[in-house]
Structure formats: C-alpha cells, structure tokens
Write a protein that binds this ligand. Sequence first.
Ligand code: NAG
Ligand code: NAG
Ligand code: NAG
Ligand code: NAG
Ligand code: NAG
Ligand code: NAG
Length: 418
Amino acid sequence: MLSMPFLTAASLLLPARSSAQILRDPGVYGPPLEVVHLYNDQWPTGIAISRSGRKFSNYPPGLDANNTNDGTNGKYTVAELVGNDTERAYPSVEINNPPGGSVNYSTYPATGANYQDYLIGVQSVVLDPLDRLWILDTGRALTPNSTLVPASYGGPKLICVDLSTDAVVQTIVFPPTVAYADSYLNDVRFDLRAHLTESGQGVAYITDSSTEGRNGIVVVDLGSGESWRHLDGAREVRPDRGFVASVWGAPTYYIPGPGQPLTYLPFGADGIALGADGADLYWTSVGSRTLYSLATERLLDCSLHGELLAQSEIRNRGEKGVSDGLETDSNGFVYAGNMEQNAISFFNPGNASATLFVRDQRINWVDTMATGADGYLYFTVNQLSFSAAFYPGTDRRVRPFVLFRAKLPGNGTRTRLQ
Ligand SMILES: *[C@@H]1O[C@H](CO)[C@@H](O)[C@H](O)[C@H]1NC(C)=O
Ligand SMILES: *[C@@H]1O[C@H](CO)[C@@H](O)[C@H](O)[C@H]1NC(C)=O
Ligand SMILES: *[C@@H]1O[C@H](CO)[C@@H](O)[C@H](O)[C@H]1NC(C)=O
Ligand SMILES: *[C@@H]1O[C@H](CO)[C@@H](O)[C@H](O)[C@H]1NC(C)=O
Ligand SMILES: *[C@@H]1O[C@H](CO)[C@@H](O)[C@H](O)[C@H]1NC(C)=O
Ligand SMILES: *[C@@H]1O[C@H](CO)[C@@H](O)[C@H](O)[C@H]1NC(C)=O
C-alpha cells in the first residue's frame, strides 16, 4: 500500500496558479504567412509561380459546378493572377470558352466535351524546369446539379504554354486506355532529363485521383506523346477504407452526387512530388495520412515485368497528416499539407521524419503548393471541405480564398531536373 506523500514546506509556499495560466495550444508556428493573393471570383485549386514571378491558377469545374462553362457564362478554368486580387483567363479567353460549354448534353447521360483545342476542366497548372506552363485537363465537369460527367476522348490532355509568347506549343491527348472516362487526372510533375527516354524530351508523372475508384499513376513521354499507367488500383493509390479527416475539428463525410448517400473520403492518389534528384516519385491519397514513394526507374519501365516490379517496390514513408498537394524544394524536403492540424509539414528523406513547417488559424484545406524561385513556398487555402460536396451539404465557404507564401527553411528553392 502506498503512503500519502508528505507536503513539504516548499510546496505549501508555492503561489496558486490561476486558470489564465493553463497551458494552451498557441495555434501558430513557423515563419510568418504572407498573403499574396485573394480570390474573390471563381473557386481555385492550383498555383504555379514562374521564375519571373508570374502567377497562374486553375478553377476546376469537376469540383465546383459554379466553375463550369455553359457556353455563355464566360467562366475560365485557367487564369493569370494580376495584382493581388484580380484574375484573367489564360492563355486566352477563347481557349477557356469551348463552344457550347464544357458539358456535352447531346449524349445521355451528359459527357465532357471532346475538344482537343479547348480547356474543359483543368485540375492543375504546373511549371516544368524550363519554366513552360503545363495545363492538366481532366476533361470533366459538374452539371448544375453537381453530377460529375465522364470524359470524352479529346478532353483529358496536357497542354504546354510558352510563357514568353503565351501560345500553346504542345498538346498531348490521353487515349481512353490511359485516361478512363471516369479517371480524374489530378496533378503532375516533370523531369526533363534527356537520358530518361529515347525521344530525350523528358517525362511527366500524373496522379489519377478518381472518386469512382480506378486510381493509378500515369507516365507520359513528352517527346513521343506516348503514355501508360502504373499501380492501377493498388492499395497505396486508393483512399484508405473508412477514412475520415477532420478540418477545424469537424469530421468530413462526402456527398458523391445529388441525392446520394454519404461516403468516406473517396479521393485516391492526388498529391505528387519528385524527389530533388528525380530518383523517387512521392504521392499521397487525400483519403490517407501516409506518404508513399517509388523509384522513378520502376515507373518508366513498361516491360513484361514492369508492373509487378513497380507494385513490389512501393515504399511506405510514414505518416505526414492529411494532404491534398505535395511539393519539393532543393533541400530534398517533401512538403505536405496537414489540414487536420491547420498546418503544413515536410518529410525529410534524410531522417525519414515529418516535421512541422507552418501552422496558422487561417489554414484549412491546403490545396496546392508551389516552390518559388524566390525561396518561398506558395500555397492555396480554399476551404474545399466546407463546400456543398461535404456533409451537411450546404456551401459554408466564405470568400476570399487565399494564396499564401512562407519562407522555405535552409534557403530552399525550386528544383531543376533538366
Ligand atoms: C459563383 O461564382 C461567382 C464568381 O464567379 C461568385 O461571385 C459566386 O458567389 C459563386 N457562387 C457560389 C454559390 O459559389
Ligand atoms: C493589394 O494591393 C493594394 C494596393 O497596393 C493594397 O492596398 C492592399 O492592401 C493589397 N492587399 C493584399 C491582400 O495584399
Ligand atoms: C457531343 O456528342 C456527340 C454524340 O456523341 C458528338 O457527335 C459530338 O461531337 C459531341 N460534341 C462535343 C463538343 O463534345
Ligand atoms: C442532374 O443533371 C443531369 C444532366 O442534366 C441529369 O441527366 C440528371 O438526371 C440530373 N440528376 C438528378 C438527380 O437530378
Ligand atoms: C528531421 O530533419 C529535419 C530537417 O533537418 C529536422 O528539422 C527534424 O527535427 C528532424 N526530425 C527528427 C525526428 O529528427
Ligand atoms: C542561407 O543563405 C544565407 C545568405 O546567403 C547564408 O548566410 C546562410 O548560411 C544560408 N543558410 C543555410 C541554412 O544554408
């Protein structure tokens, strides 16, 4: 039996502490956040920052019916940010306005429009190491009642824009065996090193985050335009079963379409980042807290055993919180949103650990990050989980949506794989 501890003279002399002294979570950590841009018009996801500081965003009609171009409403799916609160359609008003709109209502059910020369539903804008802007089109859009239409051939594509002329210089259309009608090509990273392919023009890696389920990684030869899939349906590119993320303390449940029952978060492989030396590709599902990687050598291999080798060599790099986009810097760190903690963390491959980077009450859904050549991490915070697609089904988003930046640690800057 334990005896009662003796009260010492010293403990009797300690002053009583008041309730105001209860230790509390400061809620803020890391370098100060700077507000770069306020989005007061359409709802954004992606961000790209050129070497000269030009800024581009995209506005997916596949996640917000209010972004869908109906042929008359002048909505844009890609814009350049001008000033700190204005956006203008990019690379042109015309390419953002497919004749008749982004949805083809002459089919039943309705489908994504099949134009190769117009933007239908853009989910990412990303710069390559040569500072060319690549636009990733899912070819999909929501109808006014928030039904996500399947893509048609011509819709899912990668479009390259030369920033010095603002002209489209290359278009790579994905065949329906690579981008399925119910694929959702989400995010993309580029490695332009010549030795990677016979064509010598480098490659792109793309996540397929489809909420309908056939998730995977798409690889594109930028010279030949050929593309192929890897890891189709593998557990590591799928959302975890029963996954519930919390944002600002509230658990999130998803509404897949009008009148449909709630589901767990159904988003598969979404965030993607290339390690600084190009040896590893990192990705994460939104419906998971785990960071995975695979040697890029395995993704480039489409030989007889290429898929078996790829699946057998996936690496689990540990938990980093719930993230949408990922990004890398010249330190080799892999930045990941950590939306359950109002934060961004980074994974350091050197110690296999996640580290808190910034934390702030203004952070909720960290959508997309981009490393600037100016040594800052730029990121959009867009309240995605407060939209009508999440329980209770009302739109609780409040404008403005925000582009922030924070100084990278260790003088980090953009990587260059060329
Ligand atoms: C639809 O978008 C416009 C800007 O393009 C915005 O002013 C309006 O609030 C949006 N409506 C909803 C429901 O998001
Ligand atoms: C945007 O720029 C204007 C004019 O320079 C300035 O008054 C305003 O504070 C800026 N807003 C933000 C969010 O930085
Ligand atoms: C719409 O669908 C019809 C029927 O498949 C097709 O002929 C037409 O080219 C499509 N138009 C667009 C813009 O997708
Ligand atoms: C939603 O809109 C689509 C396209 O107009 C239509 O085919 C579908 O029946 C509608 N669904 C519901 C549940 O209203
Ligand atoms: C891992 O490395 C980062 C960057 O050097 C460092 O900040 C962090 O404290 C390290 N984490 C652990 C668990 O050692
Ligand atoms: C960052 O750059 C500054 C100025 O060039 C230098 O003094 C400092 O040592 C660098 N810090 C790191 C961590 O490399």
